[in-house]
Design a protein around this ligand. Structure first.
Ligand code: MGD
Ligand code: MGD
Ligand code: SF4
Ligand code: MO
Length: 691
C-alpha cells in the first residue's frame, strides 16, 4: 500500500489525512499524526475516517455526456464536447452583443483555490461577465457583508487552537459538534479546562446539554429572533457597566448611536420576542460580560435569515462591546462550512470582487487584472454580476441563456426546488461534477471531473489556513481536473491566458495578484506541515493567527451598527401553524452526493426525517417513524416522523440531505436585502397524516 497526505474534502475544519492506495484505488483513510498538528490534532471525525468510500464508487462519471434529441445520454469524446460547448457560448455571445447578463457560472467550494481562480477568470476574461457566484451565497454571504462592514474583513477573526484557552465560549446558531466535529472536540477540551459555555439555539443540540451540565447556560430562543436576543444581552451588559470602555474609546466608532438603539431592547422585551426567560438573558449577559475572554462561534443559525446581515453585525457589536477582538482566545468566529468555501470567496468566485476581495468596480484594480490576463480593461464587466438565486430567477424568466455549473447541486441545495427545476430547464445547461446529480440530470451536457483524490491544488480552511491537496490516484475513467476542463474551453474559444501546466503555476499567478496570498507560495506549502494562514503579505511572513491585533481593525476603527429586530419573512398562521427550520446531521453532507455513497455513513442514516416534539406528535396522533406529509406554500414532501425532545412545540426540523424528502421543496426563497442569502432557517409549515 502507498499513502498520500492530503486535506479532508468534507467540512471547513481542514483536517489532514492520509489516503491509502492499492492497485490504483483509494482503499483507506487515516488521520495525519502527530497530535500537535493543527487543525485536526491527529484526529478525524466519522466522515473523515470514511472519506475514501465514495472515491472509487461505481457511480463516478467517467466520460463527457451529451443529451440527444430523445433525452438520452450519449458518451462523447472530450474534443467533440468542448467544440459543442464552445460553439454554444460563441453563439449566445454573438446573438446578444454587449449584454453581459446572458451567461452565468457557478463555481464550487468543493474545488481547489486554483480551480475557483480559473473559473472566475474564465467568466471575466473570456465570457466578459461578472455573473459568477457559488454556494457561499447560501451560507456565509451575510458574514462577508456584515463583518466586512463592522471590521473591514469578513473572515473568521481567530483560530481554532485558541478555543481551549477561552474562559467563555458563546455558541450561537452553530451545531459545532455535529457539523465541525473537530472544532467541537476543542470546545470539549476547553470545558475540561474550566471554560463555561453559553449556547443559543432553538433546538437542544449536544452542546446545549453540555453547557447546562457544566455551569453554563443554554438558551432556546425562537428561530429568527437573534437580534432581539443579542440586543437584550448587550442591554444588560451596558446597564450593568460590564463593557470595555477603554477598548471602545480607543478602537471603535459610532458607539453613542448604537447604545441608544440597545437601550430600547430591555431584557423584558427581549424575553417577549425570543421566548427565553428574562432571568436567563441576564445570566448569559453577566457570564459573557464578566469573562476575561469570550470566544464567539456562529454559523448558519445566524446567517441564513432575511436578517442575516443584521444578525452578523450584532455578533460583531457584542464582541467589540466587551473588548473581545484582536486578542488571543476571543473574536467573532463564523465557522465556514465547505472544505474550500473560504478559498472560493478569497479567489473571487463572487459577482462583485476579484481575488482577495478586490472590487470589480475599481478601475485601477480592473487594470491590474487586465494587464496580467492579457486583455483590455475596457472589455471587462465593471458592474457586479448576479448572485445564485438571482441567476435562477433570470433563468426562469428566460434572460439567462447559458448556465455553467461546476461542483454544485442547486436542485437539492437552493431554496424552493420546484421553482429551481423549472428555471434550470430553460437555459443551455452545463454541469461538471463527479456524480450524476439531480441537477446534472437536467443538463444538456455533463462533464466528468476528477475528485480531490485525483488532483493537486490548495484548499483554505475556516481559519484562513491554506493547505495542499495531493494526488493519490489517476483521474477515474476519462475525467479531468476541473481547471483543465475550463482551460480546454478557453483555448477553444481563442483565449490562451488559461493554458496552465500545473496547479502550482496557477497559484503563482494568484500570489502575484492577491496581496493577502502573496507570501503563500507552492514551495512554502510543501515545506510547512501546517499550511499558512492569510493575510500573508510576503514570502518571509509567518501568516496570521488572529486578525485586528491590538484593536487595529482592517477598516481602521471597528464600527458599531445600530441594528433593530425584524421578524422572519414567513411566520406561522392558522393554515401553516409550525415553524420549519432546516439544516444538517453529523452523518451526511449536503445534497448527499458523496456521503450517501459512503457505505458506513449511509448505513447509519439511510433516509430523511422530520424532527417533531412529543406534544405535537401526540396532538396530531403521529407515531415515531410514521410516514407523514409536511407542506408549505411552495410544496410538500412525504417523510418519516422522528419524535424527539430536541425541538420544542411548534418547531420542526428537516435535514436537507435527502433527495426523496427534499427539505428545499418546502423552503422559502425570501432573501436578505443586502447579502441575498435565502431564509433557510425559518418558514411556515403544516403537518398531515398520510391516509
Ligand atoms: N456533517 C456535516 N457537516 C457539515 C455540513 C454537512 O452538510 N454535514 N455542511 C458544512 C457546511 S457547508 C456548513 S455551512 C456548516 C453548517 O454548520 P451549522 O451552521 O452548525 O449547521 P446547521 O445544521 O445548518 O445549523 C446550525 C444550527 O442552527 C440552529 N438554528 C436554526 N435556526 C436558528 C436561529 O434562528 N438562530 C440560531 N441562533 N440558531 C438557529 C439549528 O438548530 C442548528 O442547530 O456545516 C458544515 N459541516
Ligand atoms: N434547506 C437548506 N438548504 C441549504 C442549506 C441549509 O442549511 N438548509 N445550507 C446551504 C449551504 S450552507 C450550502 S454550503 C449549500 C451547499 O450546496 P451545494 O454546494 O450545491 O451542495 P453539495 O452537495 O456540497 O454540492 C457539491 C457538488 O460538488 C460535487 N463535487 C465534489 N467534488 C468535486 C470536484 O472536485 N469537482 C467537481 N466539479 N464537483 C465536485 C459533489 O458531487 C456535489 O454534487 O447548501 C445550502 N442549502
Ligand atoms: S471535522 Fe471536517 S475536515 Fe475534519 S475530518 Fe471531519 S469532516 Fe473532515
Ligand atoms: Mo455552507
Amino acid at each position: 500500500m502507498e499513502k498520500v497526505k492530503t486535506t479532508c474534502i468534507y467540512c471547513g475544519t481542514g483536517c489532514q489525512l492520509w489516503l491509502k492506495t492499492k492497485d490504483g484505488k483509494v482503499v483507506d483513510t487515516k488521520p495525519v499524526m502527530p497530535p500537535e498538528f493543527n487543525p485536526g490534532k491527529g484526529k478525524l471525525c466519522i466522515k473523515g475516517w470514511n472519506v475514501h468510500e465514495f472515491i472509487n464508487h461505481p457511480d463516478r462519471l467517467t466520460d463527457p455526456l451529451i443529451k440527444n434529441a430523445r433525452g438520452n445520454w450519449e458518451k462523447v469524446s472530450w474534443e467533440e464536447t468542448i467544440d459543442f460547448i464552445a460553439a454554444h457560448f460563441q453563439k449566445i455571445i454573438s446573438e446578444n452583443p454587449g449584454n453581459r447578463r446572458v451567461i452565468g457560472c457557478l463555481s464550487s467550494a468543493k474545488c481547489t483555490n486554483e480551480e475557483n481562480y480559473v473559473m472566475q477568470k474564465f467568466a471575466r476574461a473570456v465570457l466578459k461577465t461578472n455573473n459568477v457566484d457559488h454556494c457561499a451565497r447560501l451560507c456565509h454571504s451575510s458574514t462577508v457583508v456584515g463583518l466586512g462592514a463592522a471590521f473591514g474583513s469578513g473572515a473568521m477573526t481567530n483560530s481554532i487552537d485558541e478555543i481551549v484557552d477561552a474562559k467563555v465560549i458563546f455558541i450561537i446558531g452553530s451545531n459545532t459538534n455535529e457539523q465541525h466535529p473537530l472544532i467541537g472536540a476543542r470546545i470539549l477540551e476547553a470545558l475540561k479546562k474550566g471554560a463555561k459555555l453559553v449556547v443559543a439555539d432553538p433546538r437542544t443540540i449536544p452542546l446545549s446539554e453540555l453547557a447546562e451540565d457544566n455551569g453554563g447556560i443554554a438558551l432556546n430562543h425562537l428561530p429568527g429572533t437573534d437580534v432581539a436576543l443579542l440586543n437584550g444581552i448587550m442591554n444588560v451588559i451596558i446597564a450593568e457597566k460590564l463593557y470595555d470602555e477603554q477598548f471602545i474609546k480607543q478602537n471603535c466608532e459610532n458607539f453613542a448611536v448604537f447604545q441608544e438603539e440597545i437601550m430600547k431592547m430591555t431584557p423584558e422585551k427581549a424575553a417577549r420576542i425570543t421566548g427565553v426567560p428574562k432571568e436567563k438573558i441576564i445570566q448569559a449577559a453577566r457570564m459573557i460580560g464578566r469573562a476575561e475572554t469570550t470566544y464567539l462561534i456562529y454559523s448558519m443559525g445566524i446567517t441564513q435569515h432575511t436578517s442575516g446581515v443584521d444578525n452578523v453585525k450584532s455578533t460583531a457589536n457584542l464582541q467589540m462591546l466587551c473588548g473581545n477582538i484582536g486578542k488571543w482566545a476571543t473574536g467573532v468566529n463564523p465557522l465556514r462550512g465547505q472544505n474550500n468555501v473560504q478559498g472560493a470567496c478569497d479567489m473571487g468566485a463572487l459577482p462583485n470582487i476579484f481575488t482577495g476581495y478586490q472590487s470589480v468596480a475599481d478601475r485601477e484594480i480592473r487594470k491590474k487584472f487586465a494587464s496580467v490576463w492579457g486583455i483590455e480593461e475596457k472589455e471587462m464587466d465593471d458592474v457586479a454580476g448576479l448572485t445564485v438565486v438571482e441567476m435562477m430567477d433570470a433563468a426562469y424568466r428566460g434572460e439567462l441563456k447559458i448556465l455553467y455549473i461546476m461542483g454544485e447541486n442547486p436542485v437539492i441545495s437552493d431554496p424552493d426546488s420546484n421553482h429551481v427545476r423549472l428555471a434550470l430547464q430553460k437555459p443551455f445547461l452545463i454541469v461538471q461534477d463527479i456524480f450524476m446529480t439531480p441537477t446534472a440530470e437536467l443538463a444538456d451536457v455533463v462533464l466528468p471531473a476528477a475528485s480531490f483524490a485525483e488532483k493537486e491544488g490548495t484548499f483554505t480552511s475556516t481559519e484562513r489556513r491554506v493547505q495542499l491537496i495531493r494526488k493519490a490516484i489517476e483521474p477515474i475513467g476519462n475525467s479531468k481536473p476541473d481547471w483543465q476542463i475550463i482551460s480546454l474551453l478557453a483555448q477553444k474559444m481563442g483565449y490562451s491566458g488559461l493554458n496552465y501546466q500545473s496547479a502550482e503555476e496557477i497559484l503563482t499567478e494568484i500570489n502575484q495578484l492577491t496581496p493577502i496570498y502573496r507570501g503563500i507560495t507552492w514551495e512554502r506549502l510543501q515545506q510547512d506541515e501546517e499550511g499558512l494562514q492569510w493575510p500573508c503579505p510576503d514570502e518571509n511572513h509567518p501568516g496570521t493567527v488572529y486578525l485586528h491585533k491590538e484593536g487595529k481593525f482592517s477598516r481602521g476603527k471597528g464600527f458599531f451598527h445600530p441594528v433593530s429586530f425584524t421578524a422572519p419573512a414567513e411566520l406561522p398562521d392558522a393554515d401553516y401553524p409550525f415553524i420549519l427550520t432546516t439544516g444538517r446531521t453529523l452523518w451526511h453532507f449536503h445534497t448527499g452526493t458523496m456521503s450517501r455513497r459512503s457505505k458506513t455513513l449511509n448505513e447509519r442514516v439511510p433516509e430523511g426525517y422530520v424532527e417533531i416534539s412529543k406534544e405535537d406528535a401526540q396532538k396530531l396522533g403521529i407515531n415515531d417513524n410514521e410516514m407523514i406529509k409536511v407542506a408549505t406554500r411552495r410544496g410538500e414532501v412525504r417523510i418519516k416522523a422522528k419524535i424527539t425532545n430536541k425541538v420544542s412545540d411548534g418547531l420542526i426540523f428537516i435535514p436537507f440531505h435527502f433527495e426523496e424528502a427534499a427539505a428545499n421543496i418546502l423552503t422559502i426563497a425570501a432573501l436578505d436585502p443586502i447579502a441575498k442569502i435565502p431564509e433557510f432557517k425559518v418558514c411556515a409549515a403544516k403537518i398531515e397524516k398520510v391516509k
